[in-house]
Design a protein around this ligand. Sequence first.
Ligand SMILES: Nc1ncnc2c1ncn2[C@@H]1O[C@H](COP(=O)(O)OP(=O)(O)OP(=O)(O)O)[C@@H](O)[C@H]1O
Ligand SMILES: Nc1ccn([C@@H]2O[C@H](COP(=O)(O)O)[C@@H](O)[C@H]2O)c(=O)n1
Ligand SMILES: [Mg+2]
Length: 212
Amino acid sequence: MGTVVDAPAVVTEEVAENTLGGKKVTVVFVLGGPGSGKGTQCANIVEHFGFTHLSAGDLLRAEIKSGSENGTMIENMIKEGKIVPSEVTIKLLQEAMIKNENDKFLIDGFPRNEENRAAFENVTKISPAFVLFFDCSEEEMERRLLGRNQGRVDDNIETIKKRFKTFVESSLPVIEYYNSKDKVKKIDAAKPIPEVFEDVKTIFAPYAPKAE
Ligand SMILES: Nc1ncnc2c1ncn2[C@@H]1O[C@H](COP(=O)(O)OP(=O)(O)OP(=O)(O)O)[C@@H](O)[C@H]1O
Ligand SMILES: Nc1ccn([C@@H]2O[C@H](COP(=O)(O)O)[C@@H](O)[C@H]2O)c(=O)n1
Ligand SMILES: [Mg+2]
């Protein structure tokens, strides 16, 4: 009789979909052109629906301030309205999500291009519940950005034009991708802030905290 040899155990490094360190998470991507009002409305959603707001742009700006070795590269990309390599941004987003105890995240300003999108899904195995898209004309967004007065190095007309070009060429195709999967919820972001939030509230109604 031949020796019975146990078949080697098949080791699968499978990561369950939409989990992060064992925690099941809900992720909403918040997209729209520069100045469309993403940050403004995310602050309202945090207050009313208990999500945690993670702005990719804010995380990159914090990375510059921290004196990181990537700081100069990130600053140059932001000044040029270009998109920072995905590995840098995804690491920052992942760290921020793991550190946070919440299980509901608004990821604002990400994914900005096809590389961002595919890399995030490959690395984290997280797909968004939906994509909130703030639709606004360039004329209105330019007016808002020039009036923002927050000292951002990219809120000048030269960089604003470059950011619009990047949005049309690289970011809109990502929105089209999710639209083809019926995941986009489009908002008319040209309306005044409270009116935009009324529309946002309708979309987030299923995520309203349960009354005790
Ligand atoms: N619906 C609105 N109507 C008028 N002004 C608005 C509206 N929403 C936001 N703003 C103003 O426009 C400016 C840009 O808004 P916000 O910072 O929320 O945009 P954003 O989409 O996050 O921009 P960015 O992509 O540059 O980070 C801010 O000064 C904000 O107060
Ligand atoms: N996924 C991203 C997001 C942002 N950037 C860079 O940051 C700039 C500012 O982003 P805001 O969302 O705060 O407007 C943006 O213009 C990019 O240069 C990025 O590279 N990748
Ligand atoms: Mg913003």
